[in-house]
Design a protein around this ligand. Structure first.
Ligand code: SAM
Length: 247
């Protein structure tokens, strides 16, 4: 089965593709969009769930999302139209690095997409290029809660401990005005939602030609999580404003 189809099944019950519960998403959006009439850009928006939630609760918000996945953007468009939010949402099928806009944005969101930019600091640099001078960034990325195994580094890349991660962000000219560190419950709930949904789909479709392969994929991913990175991986979201006096 195609990767995108597995991803669709995996996220059916957890449309935000990051380890955060609904209350945490709501709270982060409240800090990132304090006025309710912001122009928002999401780099690596996926199915645009962050934008859809911002739009649904704030009639004055307008949003643009950028992603390289045509399938994810098609799901985003359908969901936006179904929820009556389509007119205030623009979607762009292209690499985030190639996105250009005429006007800067009040808020730039990028959660779980730092790998696309080559890490957290390049993600912030890319976001900054689109941000109005008094704007806010809402960024989410992994960190090492404990020293990682070599397999975890292979899978998740070259992350840093939380304090180092935040210090790198502040050294790059950003002041965190809010943040959320995913709880053990949120981290586990996300993995179970993904690999449990994929396993359940295989069990519910025993006659599908891909059923056995999909069940194997669910088992492999669950084992990778439990054996390779559950003990070391953490996830942090930060709401950032420019530190005065930085370039
Ligand atoms: C883990 S998902 C996060 C999606 C969304 N931000 C969320 O939290 O629900 C990462 C997304 O980054 C997208 N992506 C990867 N490389 C990209 C690139 N170069 N430009 C834009 N999007 C990219 C993927 O297609 C995927 O939708």
């Amino acid at each position: 089965m195609h990767r995108e189809e597995i991803s669709r099944i995996a996220h059916a019950g957890h449309p935000v593709k990051a380890p955060l519960g609904d209350d945490s998403v709501r709270d982060l959006l409240r800090h990132a969009l304090p006025r309710g009439d912001e122009r928002v850009l999401d780099l690596g928006c996926g199915t645009a769930e962050w934008l859809l939630r911002a739009l649904a609760t704030r009639p004055g918000v307008r949003a643009e999302g950028v992603d390289i996945s045509a399938d994810a953007l098609a799901l985003a468009r359908d969901a936006a139209d179904e929820r009556g939010l389509g007119e205030r949402l623009g979607l762009h099928h292209r690499p985030a690095e190639e996105f250009a806009a005429k006007e800067p944005f009040d808020v730039v969101v990028s959660v779980g997409a730092a790998h696309a930019f080559g890490g957290l600091l390049p993600t912030l640099a890319a976001a900054r290029a689109h941000l109005a001078p008094s704007g806010r960034i809402l960024v989410g990325d992994g960190f090492w809660e404990r020293p990682p195994s070599p397999e975890a580094v292979d899978m998740l890349g070259d992350l840093a401990p939380l304090a180092d991660t935040v210090e790198r962000v502040t050294a790059a000219g950003w002041t965190p005005v809010h943040g959320h560190i995913s709880t053990r419950q949120e981290l586990d709930a996300y993995e179970w939602a993904c690999w449990g949904s994929v396993a359940a789909w295989a069990l519910d479709h025993p006659d599908h030609p891909d059923s056995a392969e999909v069940l194997e994929t669910a088992a492999l991913r669950r084992t990778e999580w439990l054996r390779s990175y559950r003990d070391s991986f953490g996830f942090v979201c930060l709401v950032l404003r420019r530190t005065p006096g930085t370039a």
